[in-house]
Design a protein around this ligand. Structure first.
Ligand SMILES: Cc1cc2nc3c(=O)[nH]c(=O)nc-3n(C[C@H](O)[C@H](O)[C@H](O)COP(=O)(O)OP(=O)(O)OC[C@H]3O[C@@H](n4cnc5c(N)ncnc54)[C@H](O)[C@@H]3O)c2cc1C
Length: 384
């Protein structure tokens, strides 16, 4: 059986998120934050108040037991306004789910209510200056000293690491003398602990949640901040990445749909040579192609999150969705700028923001090349 409908509850969820965004995040507010490069804390609190941050967590811990499809619906809808804003929430959800999967009962009871009520925002600290696609090459390390780990090193590109009350899910080496996958551990480090310093990087896009470099100098982290046991970092990271990629594909689809909607409305309105530019076949066909590709990306994405929601092994499908959705967002945003001409590049219109924010969709959470390597590998090919 194939069913392409949302359930009634899911449709209600989508509508309520759309209404919330209309009310709390009108275009001028999004533009203001993008220009000032500030995070919309008041909107984040509105998401928390509406229960969105509770969505993927189990009822017994105060969540609402939503599945990957529910979360993808929310992420898609939020991303129609701003994939940048959505990333602030995405990171916190993914890291929270990591605590749910790998944390102790005490850790879940302590951290998850704080994630769900918006008191803290969790960030993901994997990448470093010399460890991008090759995540096993991280050098940040932690040495046990009594009841604390002493952490030294540097993270790079950490989304949201400098936000108010950010707690960084930091991947460190606790054993540098073993195979790199075995010696990795996960520590939860507040961004205001003594010895932590961060700097917001001047990036092309996603400037509100922000991309940070973070320095750790003799940071003393209590032992109870270790998630998944010493040496359990690689498994923690891998257990989270599939969910992260499936849901981040939904973000790219939401952003890409916004681009098509803006371009189609503009093409119907803008007149040149006595007719709407959408009446020129070259423009109309571009928009038809854009919508077709966005639909294809969304179908791959819904399939991937549906498989995740059924606890099915879906590595190939998730990777395909992440690859195609990210590429599609970047591609249609480029076409959207072309359709809008000079207005597409003007800061008073939203297209240029999508163009900038979309560009990282083929890089963040694993580049398109590494996704292709993985898909090819799952097809029995040894792509290096
Ligand atoms: C906006 C943004 C937000 C981010 N947020 C986070 C975050 O919150 N937390 C975090 O930990 N990281 C984050 N990242 C980092 C992101 O995960 C890395 O940028 C990404 O994994 C690539 O690493 P790199 O930039 O070092 O590029 P590199 O790994 O150096 O790659 C450079 C180029 O070489 C290619 N390449 C590398 N290896 C191979 C290979 N084996 N086969 C073929 N091609 C290859 C890549 O595809 C790329 O084109 C973010 C990045 C961006 C841009």
């Amino acid at each position: 059986m194939i069913d392409f409908d949302f359930t009634e509850e899911q449709e209600l969820l989508r509508e309520s998120v759309a209404k919330l965004m209309e009310q709390h995040a009108p275009s001028d507010m999004v533009r203001r934050h993008d220009k000032a490069q500030t995070f919309p804390y008041e909107l984040y609190q509105a998401w928390a108040d509406a229960g969105l941050l509770r969505l993927p967590f189990p009822e017994e811990l105060g969540g609402v037991d939503g599945n990957a499809v529910d979360l993808a619906i929310v992420i898609h809808e939020l991303s129609r306004t701003s994939t940048d804003f959505t990333m602030g929430m995405g990171g916190s959800m993914f890291c929270g789910l990591n605590i749910l999967r790998n944390g102790s009962a005490e850790q879940k009871a302590y951290w998850l209510p704080r994630v769900m009520n918006g008191e803290i925002i969790l960030a993901i600290g994997i990448s470093e200056p010399d460890a991008g696609s090759d995540v096993g090459a991280i050098k940040t390390h932690a040495v046990l000293d009594g009841d604390h780990y002493v952490v030294n090193g540097q993270k790079l590109w950490t989304t949201g690491a400098g936000l108010k009350n950010s707690v960084i899910s930091t991947y460190v080496k606790t054993d540098r003398n073993t195979h790199y996958r075995k010696g990795m551990s996960l520590l939860l480090i507040d961004n205001d602990m003594p010895g932590v310093e961060f700097r917001k990087l001047d990036m092309l896009g996603r400037r509100c949640a922000g991309t940070y470099e973070v320095f750790f100098r003799d940071v003393r982290v209590p032992k109870d901040r270790l998630v998944g046991g010493e040496g359990g970092g690689w498994d923690c990271m891998m257990s989270g990445l599939q969910y992260e990629r499936a849901v981040s594909a939904a973000g790219s689809c939401g952003g890409a749909q916004a681009v098509v909607d803006i371009a189609a409305a503009y093409a119907a309105e803008r007149r040149q040579f006595g007719q709407p530019i959408g009446a020129f076949q070259s423009i109309a066909h571009m928009i038809a192609d854009m919508q077709t590709e966005v639909d294809a990306a969304r179908l791959l994405t819904w399939r991937a999150v549906w498989l995740v929601s059924k606890d099915r092994d879906a590595l190939k499908e998730i990777t395909m969705a992440k690859l195609f959705a990210g590429e599609t967002y970047a591609k249609v945003a480029n076409m959207g700028v072309q359709i809008m001409g000079g207005y597409g590049l003007n800061a008073e219109y939203d297209m240029q923001r999508h163009f900038r924010d979309a560009r990282s969709a083929t890089i963040a959470a694993g580049t398109s090349q590494t996704q292709r390597n993985l898909i090819a590998g799952l097809m029995g090919l040894k792509a290096r």
